[in-house]
Design a protein around this ligand. Structure first.
Ligand code: SF4
Ligand code: SF4
Length: 293
């Protein structure tokens, strides 16, 4: 079973939850950091990277002399990556989405194919032997879904019947987050009870509930002094929409210090371990994946 740990915004606590759930997860599992624009799970789990795969997009890189400037490639490109200036075709490969349309429609095979580097996919393992996957977008690259799809394809080799996969999702509800959400079996939404956090949590629910996968919610930094309304608002929303509340991580100076120092919260003391262990058990009951050790 693949479980995405997602949120409507960055900084809600996805990575804290993913690292801690890994620490207490009672079944065999793999871990994936799919927040490829800003991966940071490695800072907490310290994986050994065994292999790095370069990921690139096929883009038109040159127009050869057989071009008749018919304009078919320009017309089919929805992303403005091809234009013509007078009797010349101009290519803007940084804007290409790699759909291949221009190559397909060119009657003269006048376009040469080049590669635009998107980033890397990393395959490795943790000290306890857990398989670890992550992706890292090339600095300056704006398009992440093809890199994510490559990373998610690597996860296909993890046998779903014998292993769970915990995925630290990209934040928000934009293309990267939806790319991941479409390839998982269940989703844990981490809700931040600040006013912005509550608003973003509602948006995340609207976006992800349309995928018809089981959802559950954890409130992070719950019972924040002066912010009781946020907890109540999330709890009421969950009740109204039949969303199971898997637990709350209390607002705590200790928790902030542990995380700021790169620690795994579930490993910081028995009370934290128990909290996350009961959350993990609740999620497994709610999501009802295949039973395995
Ligand atoms: S489709 Fe081919 S021939 Fe037509 S303008 Fe584009 S590159 Fe030139
Ligand atoms: S591959 Fe697709 S997105 Fe890229 S330039 Fe050609 S038509 Fe445009």
């Amino acid at each position: 079973m693949r479980i995405a740990i997602a949120s409507g915004k960055g900084g809600a606590g996805k990575t804290t939850l993913t690292a801690s759930l890994h620490h207490v997860w009672p079944r065999s599992h793999a871990i994936a950091d799919t927040d490829v624009e800003a991966p940071n799970l490695h800072l907490f789990l310290h994986p050994v990277i065994d292999r790095r795969l370069d990921v690139a997009l096929s883009v038109p890189s040159a127009v050869n002399a057989s071009c008749t400037v018919c304009g078919k490639c320009r017309d089919i490109c929805r992303f403005g990556a091809i234009a013509n200036f007078g009797k010349k075709i101009a290519l803007f490969p940084d804007m290409c989405h790699g759909c291949g349309g221009c190559f397909a429609v060119c009657p003269e095979q006048a376009l040469s194919e080049g590669k635009r580097a998107l980033g890397t996919v990393e395959l490795g393992h943790l000290a306890d032997g857990t398989s670890y996957f992550s992706g890292t977008t090339r600095i300056g690259e704006v398009m992440t879904p093809p890199l994510l799809r490559r990373l998610l394809t690597e996860l296909d080799d993890v046998d779903r019947d014998s292993k769970d996969i915990l995925l630290d999702s990209p934040p928000g509800v934009s293309c990267p987050a939806v790319t991941v959400a479409k390839r998982v079996d269940a989703m844990l939404l981490v809700a931040d009870p600040t006013p912005f956090g509550v608003a973003d949590f509602r948006i995340a629910f609207e976006a992800f509930s349309s995928l018809h996968i089981p959802l559950a919610v954890v409130i992070n930094r719950a019972s924040m002094p002066g912010n009781d309304g946020g907890d109540a608002s999330i709890a009421a929303f969950c009740q109204q929409h039949g969303l199971p509340l898997a637990g709350s991580v209390p607002f705590s100076h200790e928790a902030a210090c542990v995380v700021a120092n790169g620690g795994v919260l579930a490993a910081a003391g028995l009370q934290w371990e128990k909290l996350f262990a009961s959350m993990a058990q609740y999620l497994l009951r709610m999501f009802k994946g295949p039973s395995h050790e």
